[in-house]
Design a protein around this ligand. Sequence first.
Ligand code: ADP
Length: 401
Amino acid sequence: MKILIINSGSSSVKYQLINTSTNNVLCKGLIEKIGEDESFVHHTKEKEIYENKEEIPDHSNAFKRMVTLLMDQKYGPIHSLNDIDAVGHRVVHGGEKYSESILINEDVINEIRKDSKLAPLHNPPNLKGILSSIEMMPDKPQVAVFDTSFHQTIPPHVYTYGLPYDFYKNYGIRKYGFHGTSHKYVAIKAAEFLNKPLENTNLITCHLGNGASITAIKEGRSYDTSMGFTPVEGLLMGTRSGDIDPAILIYLENDLNYSMPQINNIINKNSGLLGISGYSNDMRKIVKKSEEGDFRAKLAFDIFCYRVKKYIGAYMFAIGTVDAIVFTAGIGENCIPVRESSLKGLEEFGIIVDKNKNRNLEKGIITDISAFNSKIRILVIPTNEELMIAKETETIVKNLK
Ligand code: ADP
């Protein structure tokens, strides 16, 4: 099947056309700065690259532009929209209703709209993408794949915060977790690699990118994850604080006169690697500066790795036995010192990195970096959220027939 994958953000639309029988990306593109003076269109089909500044006033026009590029003689892999079998949409928040991907209808649209209060920055632009896509391709099956749905198996004693219970019942305040599509994808790949049925596999999956989260997977299902009600909780991230004492925020407002919008900005945009180092949110730069002896860059690096280690430890106890620890995403797949440092000193617990394998792994393929005597396997697995969305969409569409 040829499945169009859409990731629609507030000012950008990312897309990929994937052939699910070969897993090949037929073309992909990014339309950004939508609604600004000069929008930017970037589209590639194999070696052909189209880049141009254009006027794209809104999402609906972005979709029209995408469709012309998909069918363009030089840059497009298809001749007509009839060549597309279905559209898969990344949707950030599916609330408590969706534990699986779902075919989009009026009810689903209303539910995504309702969940916008839980993800005000993400669900509204995701929905704009869905509506524009339906407008352009009204007769195609459209599927929503939620970042939260993989985590709907997390049990109540794990997802409930220690707040008055009514806050959960009345306002839906609980742990939801994010990056579910990536955690699920690498879990499936890890089980295949280990040659075990997923339902018998226990994993700790570390998605370490600009946003970062760790998931404890018990018998193939998410049991706990480090992000929470929002994607701010948990690990130190590029610009997000991760775990902090919530009373700090009250102190900032009451005693230091910061406004709520300022506080929101601080914990989301000015904290993490950037805030600690005062230099960059990019782990490559942090590692380099830290190796040059910069105190704050080293501190940022150390905090990042310490939290990864701490969550891995907590999740080992939470799920009892662990077949493998998986590293994925920009930092997880590429950053040798983060993997080495996060797992340092865990030999007693059966976690032993083979330093040579860790340093010399080939990019883009699944690699086991554990030493021969490591009880727990340590895997580096390239994530592919778009392919996962395509596969989920394909499964739903096949069941329609
Ligand atoms: P997101 O999708 O959340 O924006 P990515 O998964 O693309 O994030 O990861 C981005 C992070 O990966 C950045 O911090 C970047 O520095 C880091 N990264 C990418 N390549 C490397 C590398 N070779 N070494 C260290 N860090 C890397």
